[in-house]
Design a protein around this ligand. Structure first.
Ligand code: IMP
Length: 452
């Protein structure tokens, strides 16, 4: 084990683990709603028992805050496992990386006390991850304005255009930056067409090969200390001998295949996405924990059947501090939607639930849970999720109403210690969602967590 003084600058923000609780199964942490469910806290808790943390999809569109030793740290691309000593943190092949965002995030964490030496030791970037180039961010911004009232409400981080190029087989991968000869060939192949579309379709400036080559050199230098060219050896050893935590970003309802298409992100946050994005295949995964809020929130556009546009929604937003970490946008709020939860458990491959922010309801005399949707045109009631989002305006929630507990749960230490009304709500939530609740969180601190 390295000495703390070797890996740190300034005050020690890193968490030392006195004793591993037990060897746990390889676990995926999946956002089970529209992202922002409080995955960071759950990931941080579970990272304690993992040797390796692998982020498997998304990019700097994600944003979360981890509170460690009373201090807040902001993360977008870098796994929050970096706050522990002796863990490998991998930015996996399924992730898309904007080098400048990566550099900025790292610089901020360094100024918060995590040393450069620790980053070099613990952080690894997969050479097959794709690079977000400046034109991706420009196209994202342009497309959103062009869509007008039909805009997706993206984070404008260039995520969609980066994945578009990946699947169109014209993306630049991290490994490309390290071979000038093949990079030059690649640029000759992709740049003429890219420039044509930048100019003719988007009305944007083209890029010269010289400028892009210079940019790629800069990106290469940013990534150089972290790229794990021996990833096959490292991940083979990881798969055989280590406990892995697979860290997802966004949420199942933002999944490119299963989410509220087209109001989705461009990757696969579902549990299955981890099998591909972390280079391990499905059999490496033993458990998929779906993180749900006790209610539901969404940023950006897109339908949301249980959305509350009244003072109850405002109360949830205010108490739950529902404002985005990446964009600062206010999150739309609504009651827990079990139709979504049941769907998420199915397509997300979720085997157990971590429920966060239960304490937000501590002052609510009445709490509602949507158990089914009623089609207002046909009168039909169903607990299955209608995947065509353009029909969502035809659905209204069928609510079950629960008595609130009207007391503080932020200091409750065990599930048994929760008020009866809260237990009744959770029991029903578990029943209708179709997966057992394993973790309940009633505040941002580690201590405000119950393992059921
Ligand atoms: P993009 O991922 O920036 O392309 O945005 C697509 C949609 O996903 C938009 O509705 C965003 O608000 C949403 N989104 C992307 N990342 C996150 C996240 O980390 N939390 C919540 N919503 C997100």
């Amino acid at each position: 084990m390295r000495l703390k003084s070797q890996i740190l600058t300034g005050a020690n923000p890193l968490k030392t683990i006195k004793a591993r609780r037990k060897t746990v199964e390889n676990t995926v942490v999946v956002g089970a709603q529209f992202g922002d469910e409080g995955k960071a806290k759950i990931t941080d808790l579970l990272a304690e028992n993992a040797d390796v943390v692998i982020r498997y999809q998304g990019g700097s569109n994600a944003g979360h805050t981890v509170v460690s030793n009373g201090k807040k740290y902001k993360f977008h691309l870098i796994p929050s496992g970096i706050l522990y000593e002796n863990k490998i943190c991998f930015i996996g092949a399924g992730v898309v990386i904007n080098p400048l965002d990566f550099q900025k995030e790292m610089t901020e964490l360094i100024s918060d006390g995590v040393s450069e030496a620790h980053f070099k030791e613990a952080l690894k970037i997969h050479p097959l991850a794709h690079v977000t180039m400046p034109w991706h961010t420009e196209i994202d911004g342009y497309s959103e304005s062009a869509l007008g009232k039909n805009k997706i409400g993206t984070t404008k981080k260039g995520i969609g255009p980066t994945y578009t190029d990946k699947y169109a087989r014209s993306g630049i991968r991290v490994e490309d930056l390290f071979n000038e000869e093949t990079l030059s060939e690649k640029l000759d192949a992709i740049l003429p067409l890219k420039n044509k579309s930048l100019e003719k379709v988007y009305g944007l400036q083209p890029y010269s090969k010289e400028d892009v080559t210079a940019l790629c050199r800069k990106y290469r230098d940013i990534f150089a200390p972290f790229v794990c060219f021996e990833w096959q050896k490292v991940l083979d050893d990881t798969k055989r001998n280590k406990t892995i935590l697979f860290e997802g970003a966004q949420g199942v309802l933002l999944d490119i295949d299963y989410g509220t298409y087209p109001y989705v992100t461009s990757s696969n946050p579902v549990g299955g996405g981890a099998a591909v994005g972390a280079s391990m295949g499905p059999l490496a995964i033993k458990e998929v924990i779906g993180v749900f809020k006790a209610y539901i929130t969404r940023v950006g556009e897109g339908p949301f059947v249980t959305e509350l546009t009244d003072e109850t929604g405002e109360k949830i937003q205010k108490i739950g501090a529902e404002f985005g970490v990446t964009t600062g946008r206010a999150r739309r709020c609504g009651w827990f939607d079990a139709v979504i939860a049941k769907y998420s458990v199915l397509v997300g491959g979720i085997s157990s639930i971590a429920l966060t922010k239960l304490d937000v309801f501590d002052t609510f005399p009445e709490i509602k849970l949507c158990a089914a949707y009623r089609n207002v045109k046909t009168g039909e009631v169903s607990e299955y999720y209608p995947t065509n989002v353009y029909t969502h305006k035809d659905y209204e929630p069928v609510y079950e109403v629960f008595k609130g507990w009207m007391c503080d749960t932020t200091n409750v230490k065990s599930f048994d210690g929760l008020p009866d009304e809260a237990k009744i709500y959770l029991k029903r939530l578990e029943e209708v969602s179709g997966a057992p609740i394993k973790i309940v969180s009633t505040g941002p601190d580690r201590e405000q967590t119950m393992f059921v």
